[in-house]
Design a protein around this ligand. Structure first.
Ligand SMILES: [Fe+2]
Ligand SMILES: [Fe+2]
Length: 171
């Protein structure tokens, strides 16, 4: 039997079996998939100056990582690496949308980035990007006075950590 759920982090809908291990869109842990009737649309969030700055920086990081994974997907040397890069590319775009929605901004254009022709280099580079994002998101979560902002940064940091684990496993 299929049930309707909605992700507490990215707001995407999911109709499927329970429990889902992860949100198929943003990658958030399955516990974030709420029965559809319980879902709350937070929309733009009132936040302090520091959180606005942190969300802006996060939006930039996500757009850059999206663009990097897009480049790596196009140049992937195997089906396996392409599958990983392509999925992470989509997840980073979902994350960018989470931050732009919280800020009440339109989604910016993706920056122009270049990547290597070899998977191993792109895996290593992605690994560095993810580490930077995780460190920053944890700091941002810890200093954010808004519960919702804390929740977003913590959940997305956890997804980026899963990216890191996957990259390390397949590099
Ligand atoms: Fe999600
Ligand atoms: Fe991300």
């Amino acid at each position: 039997m299929l049930h309707p759920y909605r992700c507490e982090i990215c707001g995407e809908t999911y109709v499927g079996g329970y429990p889902a291990e992860r949100c198929p869109y943003c990658g958030a842990a399955g516990k974030n998939l709420l029965p559809a009737a319980e879902w709350i649309n937070y929309g733009k969030i009132e936040m302090c100056e520091q959180s606005i700055e942190d969300c802006k920086k996060a939006l930039e990081l996500e757009m850059t990582n999206y663009a990097y994974y897009k480049c790596a997907t196009a140049k992937a040397q195997t089906q396996v690496t392409q599958t990983i890069f392509k999925r992470f590319m989509k997840q980073e775009m979902e994350h960018a949308e989470v931050f732009s929605k919280a800020l009440g901004f339109d989604l910016p254009e993706a920056p122009q980035v270049t990547c290597a022709n070899e998977d191993v280099t792109n895996m290593e580079e992605s690994n560095k990007h993810e580490q930077i994002a995780i460190k920053f998101y944890i700091e941002a979560a810890n200093r954010a006075p808004e519960e919702r902002i804390k929740q977003i940064f913590r959940s997305i940091a956890e997804v980026e950590n899963e990216h890191l684990i996957t990259l390390n496993m397949y590099k």
